[in-house]
Design a protein around this ligand. Sequence first.
Ligand code: NAP
Length: 279
Amino acid sequence: MSRAEQGRLTVVPRPPPDQCGIILHPAGHTRSPAMHNAAFAALGLQAEYRAFDVPPEGLADAIQSMREREIRQLAVSIPHKQTVMAHLDEVEPTAEQIGAVNTITLRENRLVGSNTDWLGAIQALERETTLPGQQAVVLGAGGAARAVVYALCERGAEVLVLNRTVERARDLCQELGAKGFGSPDDLEEIPHSVLVNTTSVGLSSDESPVRATSLRAHSVVMDAVYEPAVTRLLRDATERGATPIGGKWMLVYQAAHQLKLWTGLDAPLDVMASAFDED
Ligand code: NAP
């Protein structure tokens, strides 16, 4: 006799959805929940992705809570990418070399730190160019710069690092094996075929980190900033005859690698890119 015929409804308990998310501070608008939740839905995963506002003094508690609540994966954003490393059970060698973790994955009750920003940067750049032998300039010397410089060196490009605080550019250059360093004002004098902005200049503003006249025709210009989707730098690059790449692509590809780290599944890139556009 079926359950319906018995006249009783048996409720079969379903396991709660897996929890994932991003920690950042201050928690302004982030497109990560939209991208990941769209990917979960497309893949039929019972999972939820949320943004958590975690100030620096709350980081230890947040990581402890990840352990207790068995949160499967946390993306790590500003300002925690370096400080979070001390709270983990293991940091993958690449993230150790870059000196920044942007992903924590729960694996057999251990919290493992990885960096997917560098993979996202490579794939975004490779949409428009090959990297070995390119003369590349990276603007900035913060967390994103570390991942991008590592990526470009790893792919065999010659890399110069230009930063407002030149000492930081020097330290990063020496640590990661770039060819030289300087200030963003030096760009006018530097021939280059690839330029990547990893400073926060242009974020929610109409500023560019460099003068338009220092941009080269036929070069590839990528902006890690993705808010707005088309920054002043990218507009200037297009006008100068360069090929622009928006920060959206670095974000989408690095998120796809995060999903793969947790689930082992190939991410639906188109779905994630559309979710970015629509959010
Ligand atoms: P960060 O560690 O705080 O570094 C900020 C960098 O910007 C430093 O080099 C800083 O120079 C420079 N800077 C800040 N204000 C400046 C100004 N007014 N003039 C000149 N330089 C200035 O930040 P981050 O984590 O590297 O992130 C940087 C940007 O990349 C953010 O907009 C972030 O959203 C974006 N990002 C995008 C992706 C992606 O997937 N698309 C991934 C990671 C980050 P000083 O050293 O002189 O202070």
